[in-house]
Design a protein around this ligand. Structure first.
Ligand code: IMP
Ligand code: MG
Length: 193
């Protein structure tokens, strides 16, 4: 399966650089239809699990923004949004092992039902760190929703309560996820060769 390349096609001179791969060279791992079906299921499950209680969806910027916006619309509860930002890999493909808080949440989390919404659970360092940060704010409950989970890569004892897809150890982009800030706007989840 290939994406139409016309809109995204880059200069010929960029062809061999990984950052500037032509979109037509990316292989689709999870299609937009598969994503939509799975996100709707997660939303239904969250709706049932919280049984009418209000929730706060906390998105981890920037990768989880697209997932959060779709997930939120498939949840039939009183839901508010907040966003948190941590230091990322920069242009690296691997986590440096150090997580820093760049932007905290805006609202008080005390007594609230929080769902931390993340694009990928990889080593688990980011979510283990954010779980500590958020638990210190004394929420009523804290759950984690991760669109993707690279289970064999976990180094931390962390489990997401809601997982979209378990994927192999491949670097993926699209549907909010980037490589050096590129490809976030691709509608499918793709592997960078
Ligand atoms: P962790 O701290 O190792 O679990 O890494 C989590 C973060 O790394 C995610 O929030 C992503 O931003 C980033 N990440 C991990 N794997 C990928 C990938 O395959 N593509 C894009 N970003 C990734
Ligand atoms: Mg992220």
């Amino acid at each position: 399966m290939r994406l139409p390349s016309s809109v995204f096609q880059l200069a010929e001179s960029d062809k061999f650089s990984r950052v500037n791969r032509k979109v037509s060279d990316l292989k689709i791992l999870i299609s937009r239809d598969q994503i939509a079906r799975r996100v709707a299921q997660l939303g239904e499950k969250i709706t049932i699990d919280f049984a009418g209680e209000p929730i706060v969806l906390i998105g981890v910027l920037k990768g989880a923004a697209v997932f959060l916006s779709d997930l939120a619309r498939s949840i039939q509860l009183d839901a508010t949004f907040d966003f948190i930002s941590v230091s990322s890999y920069g242009n690296e493909k691997r986590n440096s092992g150090e997580v820093k808080l760049l932007k905290d949440v805006d609202q008080s989390m005390e007594g609230k039902n929080i769902i931390l919404v993340e694009d990928i659970l990889d080593t688990g360092l980011t979510l283990a760190y954010l779980r500590r940060v958020l638990l210190a704010k004394r929420p009523k409950t804290l759950h984690i929703a991760a669109l993707l989970d690279k289970v064999p890569r976990h180094t931390e004892a962390i489990k997401a309560d809601y997982v979209g897809f378990e994927i192999p150890d491949e670097f993926v982009v699209g549907y909010g996820m980037d490589y050096a800030e590129k490809y976030r706007n691709l509608p499918d989840i793709c592997v960078v060769p």
